[in-house]
Design a protein around this ligand. Structure first.
Ligand code: ZN
Length: 162
């Protein structure tokens, strides 16, 4: 069975940056997604298309095909006072509203004295993604999964009512 739209796909993967540092990995067949519904990054989804169970391959995604180039224009330095009494630490993340009204994830990237630098780039912006991937299972998604647009691992429902 080939990987096509509306299949439920289980993969094991290791994701490294260009220095060989492991960014993320899942080697216990716990990563399952619904193919063709933009639930994973587009470059990865495209590479998986038409593969079959048992295939393994390496994939290199440049930033433009993954989380985008790093954009220094969307970092900003604000006074610590702007956060009120909240304790601020480097690496903290919170949601804010972007210029287009869409929610964006903001990361605190630097604290210097009373100045806090916040960064609207995704954490992996500017990072080349080096994947090692093995396809563990390909099955048809259920009607319920298709109506929800995501898979339900281990036959469990997700509790959504949509
Ligand atoms: Zn669901």
């Amino acid at each position: 069975m080939k990987i096509t739209t509306d299949k439920a796909i289980t993969i094991n993967y290791t994701l490294k940056d260009n220095d060989g540092k492991i960014i993320d990995e899942s080697n216990d067949s716990s990563f399952i997604y619904l193919h063709g519904h933009s639930n994973i990054i587009p470059g990865l989804e495209t590479a998986l298309s038409d593969k079959v169970k048992g295939d393994s391959f390496e994939l290199v995604l440049e930033p433009k095909d993954a989380y985008g180039e790093y954009n220094s224009a969307i970092t900003q330095t604000v006074p610590r006072d702007a956060f009120g009494d909240e304790k601020i630490e480097v690496g903290m993340q919170f949601h804010a509203e972007g210029d287009d009204g869409q929610p964006v994830m903001i990361t605190v990237s630097e604290i210097t004295g009373d100045n806090v630098t916040i960064d609207g780039n995704p954490p992996l912006a500017g990072v080349t993604l080096n994947y090692d991937i093995e396809i563990m299972e390909v099955r048809d998604a259920t009607e319920e999964e298709l109506s929800h647009g995501h898979i339900h691992a281990h036959g469990e429902s997700c509790g959504h009512t949509h």
